[in-house]
Design a binder for this molecule. Structure first.
Ligand SMILES: [Zn+2]
Length: 316
């Protein structure tokens, strides 16, 4: 009986591969180095061989596998399974990802953009599983988003919909990696949280945070927890921008849940609480009590579970 899926979380340094059942339990997990410099074919050959070895070791027949799901960073054609462009994989231009993996494994393979996979993971395996209207927002190296409305993933005409991180909130704001100014990502991604802290150096050179040397986003949140002034100012800005952004999403999509994930979300309540408090300020009163904003509880395994959920979603 086909009741299990393989979820592949493709990262720039390591790739996580998991065998996942229909309840979202990870039955087996392997982590391999991605070795991007080896090029597309070698990377995928290694991933495919790891999948086959895992099934052999676990004594699981391919007949039990519904499919392989991959959450891929970058622009992905979800219908053809071709990666058009991916910033961490320079030679992956028009790379036939699903076709090549199917050739190696002989298992049906499906791909989605990794932020869409995150939203699907919340829909399939999160704490509000099978809730019909969910927005997933991932705060990491970049800011990504996925929108599920009425149990359907919003993909748009070309599959590029819900780039929630590139909604512009301040037209005069900082330059974003995408070329625009004042996108949400230009404030709320991990590197941009660090950048904003560094911009206070001239004003507050003696601030504790500048004694740390190399600053990370985690340092900023840890310092804010202690009431450090620069970190508090940065956090105030970031959570206001996120509250404005989320109120925009709520006005457009009317979701039941907005789930925040990605590495930055590990900051916990110091990030979440101000967002929850500020978001209603920007909303019509009619939206009061129609939604909840929460942190993902899938954290470490969100990539594998999100990728596996693609398979269950495409076969539902
Ligand atoms: Zn942008």
């Amino acid at each position: 009986m086909k009741n299990k899926a393989i979820g592949i979380d493709l990262g720039g340094t390591e790739t996580k591969i998991g065998l996942v059942n229909g309840d979202g339990d990870i039955l087996k997990k392997e982590i391999i180095s991605t070795d991007v410099e080896d090029g597309f074919r070698k990377v995928i050959l290694k991933v495919g061989m790891t999948v086959l070895e895992m099934l052999k070791k676990e004594n699981i027949s391919k007949n039990e596998i519904l499919g392989i799901g991959i959450g891929s960073p970058g622009s992905v054609d979800r219908n053809t399974g071709i990666v058009l462009f991916s910033p961490n994989f320079p030679d992956w231009q028009y790379a036939p990802l699903t076709e090549y993996l199917e050739e190696i494994t002989n298992i049906d393979t499906f791909v989605e953009n990794d932020a869409n996979a995150f939203a699907l993971g919340e829909w399939a395996f999160g704490k509000h599983r099978r809730c019909k209207n969910i927005i997933g927002l991932t705060l990491g190296t970049g800011v990504g988003g996925g929108v599920i409305i009425n149990d359907q993933l919003l993909v748009g005409a070309n599959g590029f919909a819900s780039e929630l991180g590139h909604v512009i909130v301040q037209p005069e704001g900082p330059l974003c990696g995408c070329g625009s100014h004042g996108c949400i990502e230009s404030y709320a991604s991990a590197p941009n949280i660090v950048r904003q802290a560094k911009e206070y150096f001239k004003k507050f050179p003696d601030s504790y945070i500048f004694s740390l040397g190399k600053i990370t986003a985690k340092d900023v949140f840890d310092a804010a927890k202690k009431g450090e002034s620069v970190a508090t100012l940065v956090l105030e800005k970031v959570t206001t921008i996120l509250a404005i952004a989320i109120s925009n999403y709520i006005h457009i999509f009317n979701p039941e849940y907005v789930i925040i994930g990605g590495g930055v979300s590990k900051a916990g309540s110091i990030l979440l609480d101000p967002i929850v408090e500020k978001t209603p300020r920007y909303l019509w009163p009619s939206f009061k009590n129609t939604f909840n904003i929460e942190l993902s509880n899938l954290i470490e395994d969100a990539g594998i579970k999100g990728s596996a959920s693609i398979v269950y979603f495409r076969n539902k």
